[in-house]
Design a protein around this ligand. Structure first.
Ligand SMILES: *Cc1c(COP(=O)(O)O)cnc(C)c1O
Length: 412
């Protein structure tokens, strides 16, 4: 992953967002071979057989607009954890940061929070995860918003703040029943009485839903009641947020002061694609592509790949694409996923190995060595992330987030 500022600038320029909105906030050092010399995706990858990942800037912008509309124009805290759901942190941030509807970014790992700042992101960055003393001072210096998620959080934050420095901005992470992260809601008010919320820079509180529709309502009630109890105890929690993509689509009462979606921004439906697409259409924002490296004609009885799961019953053309499970393409793709080559869809056969996937072309050789193959992408509904997830028994989160971070990303 190339987390340099120059790369960020370059990708911003490729996306056509230019330095608008960025240069207004940040003065960049001179860039010797900066945006002007960046080649468009087609040129960069014209000769390439190894896999690459394309990210659609337009799709990201459309999805942001869609999410903001569903959320009644509330600000969007864009969740870009795990390399922006596999799309690439630099590429995604360069597109989303200048958008007015984006209030800031949220991540889980300290490294990602610091990475966003290094890329030149000026908007608020919320680190939703717990951080260690190794990165505390760096996080405070980088103006990362920190969470109060454990009982020792105030101590940890105090250790991270320089004697004469201002307190960081913090948010309370409340566990209303998820049982994963945050302070149990029934203990929060007592803790707040012990703490000094002003000195801790408390500016907001948030929670995560279990996404069990019945229980989500109970969780929201717990959260709102807690906020009232805190007010009664003399503590204003600040802005409240709870809704991830599922809440944005399926639970309007949870939209509160701002929404906190991830996957919807990247063009995949969170829970129930067929129902959610009736609510609003999302645009897949990522494509996984490579060029066909081998086209061969099998004789009847010939097999392909490990385990000989596929045996040709009649003469059949097959093509090999140099993308495998190490790149994030699921092994279970053999159970019904298809690959798009030259505007046609071909079934995956045999086995997905570490670096190769084989498709059945049929009686005719509909592809040649060097043709572009798309395994996940926006060109056809059958390869949308949700469709690949359905065909492979995986979740759309896996399909996106498992994209190998070492593959080159390019904004188109
Ligand atoms: C990942 C995450 C989100 C975003 O979830 P999506 O389902 O991708 O919209 C929101 N909040 C928290 C705490 C998360 O970990």
């Amino acid at each position: 992953m190339d987390l340099t500022r120059r790369h960020f600038l370059a990708t911003a320029a490729l996306a056509g967002t230019g330095p608008i909105g960025l240069s207004a906030r940040i003065s960049f050092p001179s860039v010797p071979d900066g945006p002007g010399s960046v080649e468009p995706a087609r040129t960069v990858f014209a000769q390439r057989f190894d896999p690459w990942v394309e990210v659609s800037a337009d799709a990201l912008r459309r999805n942001l607009a869609t999410v903001a509309r569903l959320a009644g124009s509330r600000p969007v805290l864009a969740v870009v954890k795990n390399n922006a759901y596999g799309l690439g942190l630099a590429e995604v941030a360069s597109v989303l940061e200048p958008l007015e509807g984006v209030a800031g970014f949220a991540v889980v790992k300290a490294e990602a929070a610091l990475g966003l700042r290094k890329l030149g992101v000026g908007k608020p960055i919320l680190l939703m995860g717990v951080f260690g003393d190794d990165v505390g001072p760096d996080l405070v210096r980088s103006r990362i918003d920190l969470v109060l998620a454990t009982e020792d959080a105030p101590e940890r934050i105090r250790r991270a703040v320089r004697q004469d420095g201002p307190p960081p901005s913090t948010q309370l992470y409340v566990d209303t029943g998820m049982g994963r992260m945050g302070l149990p809601y029934h203990r929060v008010v007592a803790l707040l009485r012990d703490w000094d919320p002003d000195a801790l820079g408390l500016s907001g509180a948030f929670m995560a839903f279990t996404e069990d529709p019945e229980f989500d309502r109970e969780q929201l009630q717990r959260f709102l009641r807690l906020s009232e109890e805190a007010t009664a105890a003399g503590v204003e929690l600040g802005s409240l947020h709870a809704a991830s993509s599922n809440g944005v689509f399926n639970f309007p009462e949870s939209h509160l002061d701002l929404v906190r979606p991830g996957i919807a921004l990247f063009g995949a439906y969170p829970s129930n694609p067929s129902r959610e697409r009736q609510i609003a259409e999302l645009s897949p924002a990522v494509s996984l592509r490579a060029r066909v490296v081998r086209v061969e004609r099998l004789r009847a009885g010939d097999s392909v790949s490990y385990g000989r799961n596929y045996v040709a019953h009649a003469p059949t053309w097959v093509a090999t694409v140099p993308v495998g499970h190490t790149d994030g393409y699921p092994r279970s793709a053999v159970e019904g996923a298809r690959v798009r080559i030259n505007e046609r869809l071909y079934p995956v056969i045999g086995a997905v190995s570490a670096s190769h996937t084989i498709v059945e072309l049929g009686e005719e050789a509909g592809a040649q060595v060097g043709d572009v193959a798309t395994l996940v992408g926006w060109d056809d509904e059958a390869i949308f992330p949700n469709a690949v997830a359905e065909a492979t028994g995986a979740s759309a989160y896996d399909i996106l987030m498992h994209l190998n971070p070492t593959l080159p990303r390019v904004l188109v």
